[in-house]
Ligand binder design. Structure first.
Ligand SMILES: [Fe+2]
Length: 274
């Protein structure tokens, strides 16, 4: 690539800078041949175990998110992470996310409105939602597909006023996969593998920039030390607990439930000058 007629200016600049930084790091830390070969073996093992996306998402995606979202208006973004699955079931608000008959944990009602940064309701906005269950497991990854292939995942269409109301279950903190090379690197550098509990959302509307974000819960034991560093203060919510027997009876719930109201705001699509 470099030295040919087709050299890409952006690629050249970034790769040259990457190499300059790596060479500086080798000199600074007096990296030995033995350590250099261990680094190559680590990358080979990471690739062989399919952990390249995990490794990058754990250590670098939050920084890409910060850079990419700089100057953006509206609700703050957060990382997508490695557990998104496209084409989830399409549901209209109000709705209940797909779940198992014996779905563990506490019910959570999430509601709010999707608006543009100017405050206009975004009729028919789509909220693509995914999350762990109350035991920290994701469908498509560590919940067996024959139990519930789309467990706690859906694309929810907001109503004409941009309002949505979704019944789901309170997610649990979980550890990123830690049995492979990514986990070994975390352990070897004194880091834990925990993520605080969170809901993932990817919100789209034809007139706006897509919002990929997460909602976190106050009081979570890992809220200040997320292994992927994705928590932002404006994305932390405090669920309200509901235990009035009449209310529970009306809703047909056998035990107390929680609710969160959160309004999302999306910047308009940037029209690039011709
Ligand atoms: Fe997640």
């Amino acid at each position: 690539m470099a030295g040919t007629q087709t050299a890409d200016a952006r690629l050249t600049e970034v790769v040259n800078d990457l190499l300059a930084n790596l060479r500086g790091l080798i000199r600074k830390h007096q990296i030995s041949h033995d350590e250099y070969r261990r680094a190559i073996a680590f990358m080979m093992e990471t690739a062989a175990k399919g952990e390249i996306p995990l490794l990058f998402d754990v250590f670098l995606e939050a920084t890409v998110d910060q850079v990419d979202a700089a100057g953006r208006g509206g609700t703050e973004t957060s990382v997508e992470g490695p557990f998104y699955a496209p084409e989830a079931p399409l549901l209209r608000s109000p709705c209940v996310l797909p779940h198992r008959a014996n779905e563990p944990g506490d019910i959570l009602l999430l509601s709010g409105t999707v608006r543009s940064v100017e405050g206009d309701a975004l009729s028919g906005a789509m909220l693509d939602m995914w999350q762990s269950d109350a035991e920290g497991a994701y469908s498509h990854f560590n919940i067996p597909a024959d139990q519930a292939p789309w467990n706690l995942r859906a694309r929810v269409i907001a109503d004409q006023s941009g309002r949505f109301e979704v019944q789901t279950w309170v997610p649990s903190p979980y550890q990123v996969p830690k049995d492979g090379p990514t986990g070994a690197l975390l352990r070897g550098t004194g880091r834990h593998a925990w993520r605080p509990a969170h809901l993932h959302l990817r919100i789209t509307h034809e007139s706006c920039e897509t919002l990929t974000t997460q909602l976190f819960f106050s009081g979570d034991p890992w809220i200040d030390s997320d292994v992927v560093g994705a928590v932002k203060q404006s994305l932390i919510v405090t669920p309200a607990k509901h235990e009035d027997p009449k209310d529970l009876k009306n809703k047909g719930f056998a035990k107390p439930y929680y609710s969160v109201v959160y309004d999302f705001s999306l910047p308009r699509v940037m029209r690039k000058a011709a």
